[in-house]
Ligand binder design. Structure first.
Ligand SMILES: NC(=O)c1ccc[n+]([C@@H]2O[C@H](COP(=O)([O-])OP(=O)(O)OC[C@H]3O[C@@H](n4cnc5c(N)ncnc54)[C@H](O)[C@@H]3O)[C@@H](O)[C@H]2O)c1
Length: 284
């Protein structure tokens, strides 16, 4: 792929975005359109959502192909990439943003739930990558971004199968990145932190019983005073998917307001700053 004059630009690039009906996928498609994408294939099982977005972005000048797909079915993943290629001819990259986040601990996760999460969150991205690679090679290169989660470093107990699937996708990211370097295809992953998306709003109120204004309440408790937005995530994804990240590949980027491994303040013993106690001790 020829480099862009402006590294952030998507001019001349046709991108495939999964989970494009809402949240991070939608925000990413919008930003790519605003940055001049030559075409967008919008994949999601929410047909109405991607058709409405395709219509809106199309009217503003970005050709879009809404492609309804059930990512749990591998044959539908293949057909979706084939349809995107048939519509645009050339494909330049893929963002795997769609995912399921259904809850379950190590004690109560059923085989059915485990299999569904692995199928949607790890197997679908794997086979979408497999199917798009010949197109990227033909184009002289391309970029793939996999949406991961900060929870891959451990995560809450109730996300056991989700973390297993995202951990698998992190491993896939690095394995495939190494395999396709010579094809000038870059593959990177984003370990997203807590982000206020439509799905997260629903889960936090309906499953966890939080009040409707939980984003403000929880945001105020965060180190930097707010939670991430889909637009924050979209900018990081576009960085990884564009020439802005230049030769970066195989990177798993933590994108949150915390440093993994640091002892939380509640567990820390802070020494007396005056030094008078003479008993400085740290658990970190
Ligand atoms: N929101 C967060 O706090 C957070 C944190 C860490 C990581 N992430 C990751 O970021 C990505 C985007 O998250 P989000 O909150 O915007 O998600 P979301 O649930 O709002 O959107 C996901 C989209 O994927 C689609 N989708 C889900 N399962 C599908 C399937 N089987 N077939 C086809 N489409 C399907 C949904 O219809 C939806 O439009 C996900 O990969 C998620 O795991 C989110």
């Amino acid at each position: 792929m020829p480099p862009r004059a402006e590294p952030w630009s998507f001019e001349g690039r046709v991108m495939v975005v999964t989970g494009a009906a809402q949240g991070v996928g939608e925000a990413t498609a919008r930003l790519m359109a605003a940055r001049g994408a030559a075409g967008l294939a919008l994949l999601d099982r929410n047909r109405a959502g991607i058709e409405a977005l395709a219509e809106e972005l199309g009217r503003a000048g970005t050709p879009c192909e809404p492609i309804p797909v059930e990512l749990e079915r591998v044959e539908e993943c293949f057909a979706a990439i084939d349809r995107a290629a048939a519509r645009f001819g050339t494909l330049s990259g893929l963002v795997n943003a769609a995912a399921l986040t259904d809850r379950g601990t190590i004690d109560n996760t059923t085989v059915e739930l485990f299999d569904r999460l692995i199928a949607v969150d790890a197997r679908a991205p794997f086979f979408l990558i497999q199917r798009i690679l010949p197109h990227l090679r033909r184009a002289g290169g391309g970029t793939i971004v996999n949406l991961l989660s900060l929870t891959i470093w451990s995560g809450p107990a109730y996300l056991a199968a989700y973390v297993a699937a995202k951990g698998a996708l992190a491993a896939i990211t690095r394995n495939v990145a190494a395999a396709v370097i010579k094809d000038r295809v870059r593959v990177n992953g984003l370990n997203l932190g807590w982000t206020v998306t439509p799905a997260e709003r629903r889960v936090q109120t309906e499953v966890h019983g939080r009040p409707p204004d939980w984003p403000e309440i929880e945001g105020a408790r965060q180190p930097m005073g707010r939670l991430l937005t889909p637009e924050d995530a979209a900018r990081a994804i576009c960085f990884l998917a564009s020439d802005e990240s230049a030769l970066m590949t195989g990177a798993i980027v933590d994108f949150d307001q915390r440093v993994v491994g640091v002892t939380p303040p509640s567990l820390r013993f802070e020494p007396d700053p005056s030094g008078s106690s003479g008993q400085s001790r740290s658990l970190s």
